[in-house]
Design a protein around this ligand. Structure first.
Ligand code: NDP
Length: 499
């Protein structure tokens, strides 16, 4: 295919600014569309973790990065954004190979990463520290300090965007960052580290340590010099990290899973709603934490709406991620596809009816890739496992609803509370449901739209803390109160005779 990279060369990893072969096991990263090796590398070893964290701590204390004026750090981060933009097509192609997303999506993710660095550069140089109202003869202030070494642990579904969302604010705040990308998608984090160094981030301040989460991720999280972990991934892993963090008294942010409800009312603009529901669940092949995977449709329009939705799903262009026209690429790994297949089988076992999909696409073009058709399951109820567990693939469960009270109860009946979609022309109803639904992110007459300026995160099992937003930088800083005495006279005890 001509675009597979580095096949004759072992991909170097970044250990405290040293680009070299990792000390761990050798493995190949695979292109999900064909199963071919994209590159091979050696994972980080535990010795690499130790060296990276010690090096990060040293770079934090000695490189002067934390002491640079905010506008000076910002200038470097603006340069990172510019370098990402200059290499955008190359990075988008690399991300396509790394995780098999369609090229139109990976281009957006690269653009989003550049925008994230630009945004946090601006947040850095405009962050205000405050003089607070005083209660005595002193000046009282609230200021912010960097934390030291922070860790970023990311999943495989949107590599460059999730890594930028952690690295940009962490660096803007003055910290050193140790990045643990998903084992199967290490390439974009490595490129981002190279770009940061090229832009002027001091060597040693960033490490990128690919490898198994249960080994490398755990060692990073447990390390006493790591002062904070920013994690995106599954809820089980997130809870495990939260336990370690509790023992270390370490702040964490956890961006976890979802099973997000989408509600379509009978007064909705049906063209928009059909397109929005399809996009909400099937873009990124459903490998998206915010996928709108539980659909509730008003009883009166259920049959006609589902007819249009199923026809639309069956017409989605599933195929080669390199093709600009492709809407759904392959799934990340063959094993993940098997998990999805077992969920579809479970849905049918639970009494569900396959409305469309439920199988791998047929034909030579699909034989080597981890493809799966957009799938809709009906005839289930919200209490069943197929409606409660995150599938993280192109599988939608659809249910009719009769009344508003029952709808909101069902929508909120989930351990997850990451996102929700509402489709209605009635602005009062949109307001009512938008406020009543329990979710960190609500889309009204749209879905999966973002702004880096808007804080993002989940409730309950969907996470803890927020990323993005102007104040997202504060997650990577410690707040400090400072009191400056302005008294002409000594404090009262000065009058007491000292022994
Ligand atoms: P995992 O939790 O398995 O992995 C996420 C990252 O954590 C990977 O880098 C993984 O390493 C690492 N990891 C695994 N075990 C540990 C551990 N014990 N200690 C430290 N790190 C560890 O999630 P998935 O890869 O399955 O990613 C999909 C999940 O991510 C879904 O549940 C999805 O909803 C969620 N997600 C949430 C988002 C959000 O913003 N809320 C956005 C995107 C995804 P490795 O894989 O290399 O072993």
């Amino acid at each position: 295919m001509g675009t597979i990279v580095n096949l004759d060369q072992v991909q170097a990893i970044c250990v405290a600014g040293n680009w070299r072969q990792g000390g761990g096991d050798r493995y190949a990263t695979l292109y999900p569309a064909t199963g071919e090796a994209v590159t091979h590398l050696h994972a980080a070893s535990l010795a690499d973790v130790e060296e990276a964290i010690q090096g990060a701590d040293r770079a934090f204390r000695t490189s002067g990065w934390a002491q640079r004026k905010p506008h000076e750090r910002a200038a470097v981060l603006y340069r990172v954004a510019q370098l990402i933009r200059e290499r955008s097509e190359e990075l988008a192609q690399l991300q396509r190979l790394d995780n098999g997303k369609p090229i139109t999506e990976t281009r957006n993710l690269v653009a989003s990463a550049a925008g994230t660095f630009q945004f946090f550069a601006a947040a850095c140089e405009t962050l205000e520290e405050t003089i607070t109202p005083t209660r005595g003869d002193h000046l009282s202030m609230s200021v912010y300090e960097p934390m030291g070494v922070v860790a970023a642990i990311t999943p495989w579904n949107s590599p460059i965007a999730s890594e930028a969302q952690k690295m940009a604010p962490a660096l803007a705040a003055g910290n050193a960052v140790v990045v643990k990308p998903a084992e199967v998608t290490p390439l974009l984090a490595l490129e981002l580290a190279k770009i940061c160094e090229q832009a002027g981030v001091p060597r040693g301040l960033i490490s990128v340590l690919p490898g198994k989460g249960s080994v490398i991720g755990d060692a990073i999280t447990l390390h006493p010099l790591v002062r904070r972990v920013s994690f995106t991934g599954g809820t089980t892993t997130g809870k495990h990290i939260a336990h370690i963090a509790a023992d270390k008294m370490m702040p964490v942010s956890l961006e976890l899973g979802g099973k997000s409800p989408t509600m379509v009312f009978d007064d909705a603009d049906i063209d928009h709603a059909v397109a929005g529901v399809l996009y909400g669940i099937f873009s990124s092949s459903g490998e998206s934490c915010i996928a709108g995977s539980r659909l509730f449709v008003a009883h009166g329009i259920y049959d006609s709406f589902m007819e249009r939705l199923a026809t639309g799903a069956a017409r989605l262009r599933v195929g080669d991620p390199a093709d600009d026209k492709t809407q759904m690429g392959p799934l990340i790994t063959a094993r993940h596809r098997e998990t999805i297949e077992s969920y579809v089988a479970l849905g049918v076992e639970e009494g569900g009816r396959l409305r469309t999909g439920g199988m791998r696409p047929q034909g030579a073009a699909y034989e080597r890739g981890n493809y799966y058709l957009p799938t809709i399951i009906e005839g289930v109820n919200n209490g069943q496992r197929i409606c409660q567990e995150e599938i993280f693939g192109p599988v939608l469960v659809a249910m009719p609803f009769d009344n508003e009270a029952d709808l909101i109860a069902q929508a909120n009946d989930s351990v997850y509370a990451l996102a929700a979609g509402i489709w209605t022309r009635d602005y009062k109803k949109a307001w009512r449901f938008g406020r009543a639904v329990q979710a960190g992110n609500v889309w009204i007459n749209t879905y999966k739209q973002f702004s880096i300026a808007t804080p993002f995160g989940g409730w309950r099992d969907s996470g803890l803390g927020r990323e993005k937003g102007r104040l997202g930088i504060l997650q990577y800083m410690e707040q400090k109160a400072m009191y400056w005495g302005m008294n002409e006279l000594p404090l009262p005890w000065a009058g007491v005779e000292m022994m």
